[in-house]
Design a protein around this ligand. Structure first.
Ligand SMILES: *[C@@H]1O[C@H](CO)[C@@H](O)[C@H](O)[C@H]1NC(C)=O
Length: 330
């Protein structure tokens, strides 16, 4: 007992455990080859599933039109996919009424990459991750955290709902489906660890992180302090270019004051017009719109172009810059 041999053995076992954990914990990865012209184009919509109501259908129609114009590669959903309380199960007809039968335009028959929002966790969250939904509509792909390698860009999808303390400490009348998430501290630590690894390993020209909750927002919910504290430092340290989210039912762009990161909210897929803006939090706010709409992203090796549209497909805000310029400004 206690010989160097025992100690070496114990150390060896621990190292194996750590090694295995790192490997098995990696985010699932998907390759999405681009069209070969070196550009990437996609739409972003969030907070949408209301059976077409609250202008969801109008937003969907304009997404189809703009999607055609841009010849998009895929669509990103920033969560709160189904209101009010996610899906009831794999065979909930809301999947058809709020997704499959709404986004019917030709240009939207592309892969949809989705994360879960807090409202999705109020139903059967696991159902949204099910391959059964992918059989019903092959566009659908929703997972908790994963990576999409789209050649010039890598997109890192992060499950942000479990980070928000309030859902655990003060759930009110809501019931959350925390299956697969408990114990939550271990879960969130693992997510951050995996994200950091994936970002460090990334050789992509553009790094884009997608979550449901905002890091920075002047809208109804405001900043998500847990993400400011835990997620933002990892993004700042790893040359992330864009953080894209929903949650606040608005469209907005805010710049970071410590890095080139742009905080982009696209959470206006259906119900909007909350009318409350936190004026005290307006630092670096570049654009805010309280109504419905969506966002497009166009990337080349050198440039990024972000456009926000309203329910009529009108351009509300356009922001273009080069990677070079973005980093010069900091
Ligand atoms: C639908 O969009 C129009 C135009 O922005 C707006 O005036 C109207 O209030 C919206 N309807 C709902 C239910 O939000």
């Amino acid at each position: 007992m206690g010989s160097w041999r025992d100690k070496t053995m114990v150390l060896f076992l621990w190292l194996s455990v750590i090694y295995v954990c790192k490997i098995s914990a990696e985010f699932q990865r998907f390759e999405h080859p681009t069209k070969g012209d070196g550009t990437l184009r996609f739409l972003v919509v969030g907070d949408w599933g209301r059976k077409g109501e609250f202008n969801q259908s109008r937003v969907a129609f304009q997404m189809g039109r703009i999607g055609e114009e841009l010849d998009i590669d895929f669509v990103v959903s920033t969560g709160d996919n189904f209101y009010d309380n996610g899906l009831k199960g794999e065979d909930d007809p809301n999947f058809l009424h709020s997704f499959a039968n709404i986004y019917t335009a030709n240009s939207l028959q592309k892969q949809w990459f989705s994360v879960l929002g807090n409202h999705d966790y109020r139903g059967d969250a696991v159902a949204q991750l099910s391959p059964f939904l992918r059989q019903m509509d092959s566009r659908w792909l929703c997972l908790r955290s994963f990576v999409v390698d789209a050649e010039i860009a890598e997109l890192f999808f992060v499950d942000t709902t479990p980070f928000v303390d309030e859902y655990f400490s003060d759930p009110g009348e809501h019931k959350y489906d925390w299956r697969g998430v408990s114990p939550v501290d271990t879960y969130t630590a693992q997510v951050l660890n995996d994200l950091e690894l994936a970002l460090e390993e990334s050789r992509a020209r553009w790094k884009i992180v997608v979550g449901h909750h905002a890091i920075r927002s002047v809208g109804h919910h405001g900043d998500t302090q847990e993400l400011v504290d835990q997620l933002l430092p990892i993004l700042q340290a790893n040359d992330v270019d864009l953080y894209v989210n929903g949650h606040d039912h608005c469209l907005e762009r805010i710049s970071d004051n410590k890095s080139p990161i742009q905080f982009l909210t696209s959470g206006a897929g259906s119900k909007a017009w909350r009318g409350d803006v936190d004026k005290s939090n307006k630092e670096n706010l570049k654009f805010f719109y309280d109504g419905q709409g969506f966002m497009s992203v166009r990337l080349t090796q050198s440039d990024v172009e972000i456009i926000f549209y309203d329910v009529f497909g009108r351009v509300l805000h356009e922001w273009t810059t080069s990677k070079h310029q973005l980093h010069l400004e900091m």
